[in-house]
Design a protein around this ligand. Structure first.
Ligand SMILES: [Zn+2]
Length: 223
């Protein structure tokens, strides 16, 4: 008999002992985001730009706090919850996409962060969201593709640039595609935590389409 130890589970158990999970909105225990608080979160206009969709308003205090804690307070598990909500709220779009791929899996790509950010944060928050997003479907529906897009340069955060044209310029040449062959003819969903004017998502979607992807969508938790 092979004894397997899941260190992640042990880590989460110990973290839970010292830092019990509390709702981001109301501090209720053992909830990441309770149903009551979810109901209170302001919704975003879903279709942002062409094939880019977002769910919640980034002006909302609860969602702002959730994303802040996910990114800067090591609360990776918030990503899982946000990913599940992203799936739930965009279920109609997902159904349409599923019909369109006729049995082939949909690639789900998290917006990559730079190596420098990876070293300081220790994880990509978009990947945490993607894992939650994909958890409700089997691998024959969603395939997580974390290694296809690479962020070459650490550019200025998009949120710091107010001009839309400059935002698009700011992402030019920042992302590269590692395996062009693998995306040919595929339907892909690119996921980000927040999208402003869709600059980052648009940039990634463009290079995927250029490499021959059949259809590319951008999904963001907040806008
Ligand atoms: Zn709550």
């Amino acid at each position: 008999m092979k004894l397997s130890i899941d260190f992640n589970q042990i880590k989460n158990f110990l973290l839970g002992l010292f830092f019990p999970i509390k709702c981001v909105g109301c501090q209720a225990e053992n909830e990441i985001l309770c149903a009551n608080c979810i109901k209170k979160i302001g919704l975003s206009e879903q279709k942002i730009d062409g094939d880019i969709f977002a769910v919640f308003s980034y002006q909302d205090e609860i969602i702002k706090k959730a994303i802040w804690e996910l990114k800067y307070h090591q609360k990776r598990y918030i990503g899982d919850k946000l990913g599940k909500l992203l799936y739930e709220y965009l279920i109609e779009e997902i159904s349409d996409i599923k019909m369109d791929v006729s049995g082939r899996s949909i690639y789900v790509i998290p917006t990559p962060i730079s190596n420098k950010k990876m070293r300081t944060r220790g994880y990509n928050q978009s990947l945490a969201i993607v894992k939650g997003f994909c958890s409700t479907e089997g691998k024959e529906v969603f395939e997580i593709k974390n290694k296809i897009i690479n962020k070459k340069v650490d550019n200025i955060p998009q949120a710091k640039i107010t001009n839309k044209k400059r935002r698009l310029e700011n992402v030019r040449g920042v992302f590269e595609i590692k395996n062009k062959e693998s995306v040919k003819g595929r339907t892909i969903i690119v996921v980000d935590d927040v999208t402003t004017t869709g600059g980052t998502l648009t940039g990634i979607m463009k290079i995927l389409k250029k490499a021959g992807a059949k259809k590319v969508y951008g999904f963001a938790v907040a806008h």
